[in-house]
Design a protein around this ligand. Structure first.
Ligand SMILES: *Cc1c(COP(=O)(O)O)cnc(C)c1O
Length: 377
C-alpha cells in the first residue's frame, strides 16, 4: 500500500540519534535546548517549548493561556479532534465556528460571530498546511480580550504574507508525528512571542515545578527544595528525539519544496477533471503542504476512496468534523452546526503526499483518479 504520508529518515538523522544515545543526557539535556533554538530560527525567532506530541503542545498552550472551567474556546471543526479535546479536557466550553470554503480554515466572520464574553482563546488550524487568515483572526481575538492560537501541526516552515508560521499568533502549536512535515517520531512544540506564555508553557511541561530560589514560597526548606505553584504534567521531549528534530530541520526547506512540487503535479494532472476540485491557495500564502485535499463534487467521495484503496493507494479523509465525535455529540453538539465544514468533509479525500513520493507514483495516483471519473489516459 502506498501510504498517504511517510517520514524521511537520512543517515545523518540516524547518526544524530545514535550520538545522543551514547551521551550523558537521554532527556532534559542539551539536545532539547538546541532543538528549541533551531526551531526558533525557523519560526520567527520566538520562544520554543519542545513537548512530547502535538496534542501535548495543545494541552500546554491552552494551559499557558489559563484556560479552565467557565472559559470558551472558539475553534474550527475541520481538524484532528485534539485541537478541541485538549481545551475541553481543561474544562473549557468549545464553540465551533465554520470554515472558509476555499481553504477549509477557520472563517474570521464565523469566528467573530461565535465570540462570547467568556472567550479566552480563538484557535485556528492551518488545514493541509495553508496558514490561517492571521490578521483578522488576531484582531478579533484581541478585541475580545482573547488570545489567538494557531494549530500548525500541518504547517511548520510555511509562511503567510512573508512571515513564518510561529510569528502569526500568540501561541503556535506544532506536531512532529511521522506523517507530519518534520518528525521526532512523537513530538511537538509550542511557539510564542510572549515571554510569560512561554514561561507558562515551560512550567506546565515540567509539573509546574519552581526551582528559582527567588520565586520559592519556602526558600529555607533546604538546598534540595523545589515546589509546585500550579499543576502541570510531564510533557518533556527526550534528547534522543530532539536530536532527530534538529537533524530533520536541516532538510525542512527541501521537504517543503518537494511537497509543493508534488502538489503542483497533482494540480496539473487533475485540472481538467470536472468532478473534482483541487486545493486552493490564497494570495500571500506559502503553504508547507502537509495534505493534498482533493474534493469530490459529484457525491462519489466514498466510491473514489474505496477504488483507490483497492488499488493499493493509501488515501485518507481529513477530517470528520470534530463535533461529530460521540464525545461531543453526547455533550449536545448537533450535526449541521458548521455546514461548510461538513460539506468539505463529505467531499474530501487526501491523496498521498510525502517528500520521498516519486513523480511516477504521483502520475499513477492521478491516472487512477482520472480513470475513476472516466477520463482516458
Ligand atoms: C496531528 C495533529 C495534532 C496532534 O498531533 P500529535 O503529535 O499526533 O499528538 C493536532 N492537530 C492537528 C491539526 C493535527 O494534524
Amino acid at each position: 500500500m502506498l501510504p498517504y504520508g511517510r517520514q524521511s529518515i537520512s543517515d545523518d538523522d540516524v547518526e544524530a540519534v545514535t550520538a545522543v544515545l551514547g551521551s550523558d543526557w537521554l532527556t532534559t539535556g542539551p539536545a532539547v535546548t538546541r532543538f528549541e533554538d533551531d526551531l526558533s530560527a525557523h519560526s520567527g525567532g520566538h520562544g520554543v517549548v519542545a513537548v512530547t506530541s502535538g496534542t501535548a503542545a495543545l494541552h500546554v498552550a491552552y494551559a499557558a493561556a489559563g484556560i479552565g472551567p467557565g472559559d470558551d474556546v472558539v475553534t474550527s471543526p475541520l481538524t484532528f479532534v485534539a485541537t478541541a479535546s485538549a481545551a475541553a479536557l481543561l474544562g473549557a466550553r468549545v464553540i465551533f465556528a465554520d470554515v472558509s470554503e476555499d481553504t477549509g480554515n477557520l472563517d474570521p466572520g464565523a469566528a467573530k460571530a461565535a465570540l462570547t464574553p467568556a472567550t479566552k482563546v480563538v484557535a485556528g488550524v492551518d488545514y493541509a498546511g495553508h496558514p490561517i487568515d492571521a490578521e483578522p483572526l488576531r484582531a478579533l481575538a484581541h478585541d475580545a480580550g482573547a488570545l489567538l492560537l494557531e494549530d500548525a501541526a500541518h504547517s511548520v516552515g510555511g509562511r503567510w504574507q512573508g512571515r513564518p508560521v510561529g510569528d502569526l499568533a500568540d501561541l503556535t502549536t506544532l506536531s512532529f508525528f511521522p506523517t507530519k512535515n518534520l518528525t521526532t517520531a512523537e513530538g511537538g512544540a509550542v511557539v510564542s512571542p510572549s515571554e510569560s506564555l512561554t514561561a507558562g508553557a515551560r512550567s506546565f511541561r515540567n509539573h509546574g515545578l519552581v526551582r528559582d530560589p527567588g520565586a520559592l514560597r519556602f526558600p529555607d526548606e533546604g538546598p534540595w527544595h523545589q515546589e509546585v505553584h500550579a499543576f502541570g504534567l510531564n510533557y518533556r521531549l527526550p534528547d534522543v528525539l530532539a536530536a532527530l528534530g534538529s537533524s530533520q530541520l536541516t532538510r525542512l526547506e527541501a521537504f517543503s519544496a518537494r511537497r509543493a512540487e508534488i502538489h503542483a503535479r497533482y494540480d496539473t494532472a487533475l485540472a481538467d477533471v470536472a468532478e473534482v476540485r483541487t486545493p486552493s491557495r490564497r494570495e500571500g500564502a506559502e503553504p508547507a503542504w502537509h495534505l493534498y485535499p482533493l474534493r469530490v463534487l459529484d457525491g462519489r467521495r466514498r466510491a473514489l476512496f474505496e477504488f483507490l484503496r483497492e488499488r493499493g493507494i493509501g488515501v485518507q479523509v481529513n477530517y470528520v468534523p470534530a463535533y461529530w465525535h460521540p464525545v461531543f455529540a453526547d455533550l449536545g453538539y448537533r450535526r449541521g452546526l458548521c455546514p461548510v465544514a461538513e460539506e468539505y468533509y463529505r467531499q474530501e479525500v487526501s491523496l498521498p503526499l510525502f517528500p520521498a513520493l516519486a513523480d511516477d507514483d504521483v502520475d499513477r495516483v492521478s491516472a487512477l483518479v482520472r480513470e475513476f471519473f472516466g477520463y482516458g489516459g
